[in-house]
Design a protein around this ligand. Structure first.
Ligand SMILES: C[S@@+](CC[C@H](N)C(=O)[O-])C[C@H]1O[C@@H](n2cnc3c(N)ncnc32)[C@H](O)[C@@H]1O
Length: 156
């Protein structure tokens, strides 16, 4: 039987991860130094150095819903689910789960330009990272310039 896939967003150095066994983990951490420590602890995990919120926005359908269907944990929770919050989008569902949590409002972000840069090697990538003053790796899928985090953490 295939392993359960887990998305470990905001993974840090992996304190919680130490409690999980027999799972296939994709870990997201936006601080390269911290991500490197995590990778040392859990070399088999896929680790991406990028914004976890953006990763979730980009991948939740393929990684979470698909995985849930494959592992047959759809019963009761995700039966016939087409989106993260339910079959047809039901605005009331999240309100039931969101008790006592801080308010979070996601404004629609219009992107002025989206450009794909290609690099032949690590040296070129790091030269570019230095120019824009951000940490980039060959796992980075997207970044904002100037740097922006969805959680108000403006540390590069
Ligand atoms: C409280 S720690 C996580 C602890 C971790 N869950 C554990 O069990 O050890 C939060 C981590 O999220 C990272 N982080 C903060 N904002 C982030 C973002 N927007 N995307 C990805 N990681 C982020 C921080 O660098 C920090 O390492």
């Amino acid at each position: 039987m295939a392993k359960l896939k887990v998305l470990n967003a905001y993974c840090g150095i992996g304190g919680n991860r130490k409690l999980w066994q027999d799972v296939e983990v994709t870990a997201i951490e936006n601080n390269l130094d911290i991500a490197n420590i995590y990778k040392d602890f859990f070399p088999k995990d896929k680790v991406y150095v990028e914004d976890a919120h953006q990763y979730l926005l980009d991948h939740y359908q393929e990684d979470i819903v698909e995985n849930a269907k494959q592992k047959n944990i759809t019963k009761g929770i995700m039966k016939n689910q087409k989106s993260l919050f339910g079959g047809e989008y039901d605005e009331e569902v999240w309100k039931k789960e969101w008790r006592g949590m801080p308010e979070f409002i996601q404004e629609k972000q219009e992107v002025y330009a989206k450009i794909i840069f290609r690099f032949d090697n690590e040296e070129d990538l790091q030269e570019f990272a230095k120019i824009i003053g951000q940490k980039l790796t060959n796992k980075t899928k997207s970044a904002w310039y100037p740097f922006r985090s969805h959680w108000g953490n403006n540390k590069k």
